[in-house]
Design a protein around this ligand. Sequence first.
Ligand SMILES: NC(=O)c1ccc[n+]([C@@H]2O[C@H](COP(=O)([O-])OP(=O)(O)OC[C@H]3O[C@@H](n4cnc5c(N)ncnc54)[C@H](O)[C@@H]3O)[C@@H](O)[C@H]2O)c1
Length: 275
Amino acid sequence: MTKVIVVIGAGSIGQAIARRVGAGKHVLLADLRIEAAEAAAKVLAEAGFATSTATVDVAQRTSVGALVANAVALGDVAGVIHAAGVSPSQAPPATILAVDLYGTALVLELFGDVIAQGGAAVVIASQSGHRLPALTADEDRALAVTPVEALLSLPMLAPDKIGDSLHAYQVSKRGNSLRVKAEAVRWARRGARVNTISPGIIMTPLAKDELSGPRGEGYRTMLALSPAGRAGTPDEVGHVGALLMGPDGAFITGSDILMDGGVTASWFYGPLAPT
Ligand SMILES: NC(=O)c1ccc[n+]([C@@H]2O[C@H](COP(=O)([O-])OP(=O)(O)OC[C@H]3O[C@@H](n4cnc5c(N)ncnc54)[C@H](O)[C@@H]3O)[C@@H](O)[C@H]2O)c1
């Protein structure tokens, strides 16, 4: 039976992980923008991968459902790389919550129903989720286990509680790692694992939008004052994705791997600490 790796969000990070885990499998590349999926498929096909493409809007249940059906028809769903998202400079708070928070919960629910025995998924969260101050235990639990269709109606996500796009992004990304932690229990019943990667600034088109957007100067300072002193590369996220999805990661599930060149460390205990 063909093994299928589904890449949701065919951007730079999704592609980098796919290159590490997709050899010998069928790589189904899905994106809101079909041209992004097709461009990624062309590059991967020329590098020897078997590929196909699909359009998906992760913020729409029927659309994610159709992608699941497409993947299952191709073979065993051995891996899911969820790397679709919008950043604070790209969208208003409601869109960020719909795509980054609700969309991720939807992907975890629907692919968690079909993931193959021995399968694995990674969800790309963000260092931003680590900078958000601690939520209450009840808020953590609400983000982790509220049924997907009730998620966006949580009082903590009401427009008067979410200050701006950055806040929406931070809450969404915190929500991603909490959701993955809870879903790991359900995925284990199918013999599958699921983890989050929380990257720092990784040089991709999305990061370039941030670096040239209203928060650009802040991000440049962040890089300069971080322990690593530079941005990360998609390939570095690819290595961690390969660890989490492969046999060496067999004991890792429900985890969140922060890889940010030390930005979060510096934010709490170094020169990036807010004054
Ligand atoms: N690049 C960074 O610095 C960075 C840092 C931390 C986290 N992230 C996260 O990594 C993930 C991937 O981002 P990237 O940097 O590779 O960016 P990217 O822009 O290269 O890729 C993101 C892809 O998501 C797609 N997308 C947007 N909305 C969608 C929707 N509703 N349904 C389906 N696809 C949709 C876009 O079309 C795009 O191709 C995002 O979740 C982002 O928040 C990125």
